[in-house]
Design a protein around this ligand. Structure first.
Ligand SMILES: Nc1nc2c(ncn2[C@@H]2O[C@H](COP(=O)(O)OP(=O)(O)OP(=O)(O)O)[C@@H](O)[C@H]2O)c(=O)[nH]1
Ligand SMILES: [Mg+2]
Length: 247
């Protein structure tokens, strides 16, 4: 039986976090929020949430990026004795009624990372859609496989044993480059990936901290360095590509 906790990297999403945590609690999950140096109004909301049962808040003093918050969350949840962390964004974009499906698949395949395959509506900004396609092109190239349908969706259930390598991989992205980079590493390291289609919505008044230019440049830089980092895995990637041994 897995011990699963919800892990929320949090940066200035004060209007949505309470509803997200409420839904997670209704699904029976304990919650760890890693506050990534948020401002005063957000901290007021977080202080309120600290009194909720099974809700933990960890403050990083300085904004260090989504990736850094998730990495800290991996270390903390592992130390708390959990086996799996379900990463959910704080902005309410994810369809949390799919959680039972994530948990059930993870119980069947505890060694696998269970990843959300986003189903977008007409509300997704065009630039974000194109950015996702570009990153996915690189991911397919650098895994020598087209089996990964999405690289950027934050809704993922990680087996904590499979992400221990993060502690010894200091170059791993700290910002929005983290989601595609860790996914490629999991693939390279032969962690099975399983996919659940899940609706991702963009509220008209939703707040995104995705910085189009800076984050796309970071993702490009990550794929550039990945040309080097994939090399040790190349023999097994080639073998898998030729035997169609995709996870
Ligand atoms: N952008 C951003 N998000 C952070 C940071 N630190 C933690 N986060 C959290 O990471 C999650 C994703 O952030 P979003 O701003 O929604 O970025 P996104 O979902 O990739 O982008 P959109 O698809 O435009 O919403 C949210 O839970 C944020 O609160 C940070 O420094 N920058
Ligand atoms: Mg978002």
């Amino acid at each position: 039986m897995n011990r699963t906790i919800a892990l929320i990297p949090f940066y200035n999403h004060p209007d949505t976090i309470e509803s997200v945590v409420g839904q997670l609690r209704r699904h029976g999950l304990p919650v760890l929020i890693v506050d990534d140096g948020s401002d005063a109004p957000s901290r007021v909301v977080l202080d309120r949430l600290k009194s909720w049962p099974q809700v933990h808040v960890h403050h990083q003093p300085v904004n260090g990026g989504k990736g850094s918050a998730v990495k800290t969350g991996f270390t903390l949840t592992h130390a708390m004795g959990y086996t799996h962390a379900l990463q959910v964004d704080a902005d309410g974009q994810h369809h949390l009624d799919d959680i039972p499906a994530f948990l059930a698949l993870s119980e069947q395949h505890p060694e696998a990372a269970i990843c959300g395959r986003p189903v977008y509506g007409d509300d997704i900004p065009t630039a974000r859609l194109h950015g996702r396609k570009v990153s996915l092109f690189w991911v397919h190239l650098q895994t020598l496989s087209r089996s990964i349908p999405d690289a950027l969706c934050g809704f993922r259930l990680y087996p904590l044993a499979a992400v221990r390598f993060v502690d010894n991989t200091p170059y791993l992205g700290n910002w929005m480059d983290f989601d595609p980079e860790i996914l490629m590493h999991l693939y390279w390291r032969q962690t099975p990936l399983r996919w659940i289609p899940t609706r991702v919505s963009y509220a008209a008044d939703g707040i995104s901290h995705y910085r189009m230019v800076r984050d796309n440049l970071l993702i490009t830089r990550m794929h550039t360095r990945s040309c080097l980092h994939m090399l040790p895995f190349l023999p097994s990637l080639l073998r898998r590509a030729f035997t169609k041994g995709d996870a």
